[in-house]
Design a protein around this ligand. Sequence first.
Ligand SMILES: *Cc1c(COP(=O)(O)O)cnc(C)c1O
Length: 440
Amino acid sequence: MLSNSTLSNSLPSSNNPSLAERDKAVIWHPFTQMQTAPLPIPIVRAEGSVLYGANGQTYLDMISSWWVNLHGHAHPYIAERVAAQLRTLEHVIFAGFTHEPAVELAERLLPVLPSNQAKVFYSDNGSTAVEVALKMAFQYWHNLGQPRQKVIALDGAYHGDTFGAMAVGGRSAFTAPFAPFLFDVDYIPAPVPGQEEAVLQLAESLFTEDVAAFIVEPLVQGAGGMIMYEPDVLDRLFQLARRNGALIIADEVMTGFGRTGRLFASHYLKEKPDLMCLSKGLTGGTMALGVTTCAQPIYDAFLSDDKFKTLFHGHSFTANPLACTAALASLDLTLSEATLANLERIAAHHAAFRQRLSRSGAVASVRQRGTLLAFDLVAEGGTSYFNTIRDVAYNFLLERGVLMRPLGNVLYFMPPYCTSDEQLQYAYDQVEALLSELCR
Ligand SMILES: *Cc1c(COP(=O)(O)O)cnc(C)c1O
């Protein structure tokens, strides 16, 4: 039987507007030019790697819904755990109070992070996890009585959309209107293969005694275009940063929880970061939660009889018990044998597909790290985000039931780990069809 809402979605009309039309009347979407954007696609439910549209269409979610979903949508185990928590304790103020899910999550996260990570600070999302890391770094130096103001970041970095996170991200058209309000940061190019020595030389001159922190997305720069580089050169950058004491912040908001083939990208490194930022996959894509972790000396620099050495930061929903419970359930799944096998399975399929990709004239710079496979679509006339090849690819794939969201001319696969061989194959086939189309 058709419900009213299904019916109204299939029959748009002014007296019985569709969900998309009701949306248009009241909602402002993220990263969306509302004047020219087509109506959004209503999704009524999702399961595993599949999104179900209101009119019966299905979409294979090959970007894990903006990189957050690890184990598939509406995972029954996560749902059960969150539902039970919802009936027990939905939220409580986290200053002066605590609760089991927050403590247990910290107890379970720290042992799987680089071994120097000692304390967990909760917030709400990736941007706030970065804000907290930056505030910890600046105030660390302040509390020591040796204030440092300079931050070093990588060109093309993305660390989030709040002001501090924007300030340490690569400057672009996205940040231009806010440029006067962003603090100064020195940038070094991403140390991509072939550029390592040049980048190290520049870093040598930049990592001076006034550098408070060096922030990076280890091994993969996500939103900047899935730019990948090797662990070796990052270790050497960390060593350079360390020489004059700069604190190292590893922003693993995207790379965390298995995405790069290891539990964290930092596990590919010999050097250990001082601070880490986690979010996105942290709850398996179920709820918003951010985590900033730090090494003991950073925490210690805030311990004092002097109240002004306190970290004055917090959010209303800090350590929300439901979000922490979702993270605990997701961690169970992430650490399971089944997931480890899936990570290898998907990486192997990607590796095989790479061979096919590199034979296409419409593809350049095929690159992979774990379950993340990216390549450039060869575009005529420039490669900016605003290039139409992005829209052509997005629409072509969407019409064939595959959700991928190219970053400019960079197309990438970031599937949920439960994605089946058949689903992967279907998505690969549609990408090959796109490439043939582009070559015509
Ligand atoms: C997405 C992202 C962020 C921001 O996270 P939000 O939850 O969207 O605020 C920060 N850093 C990296 C590396 C990211 O990919």
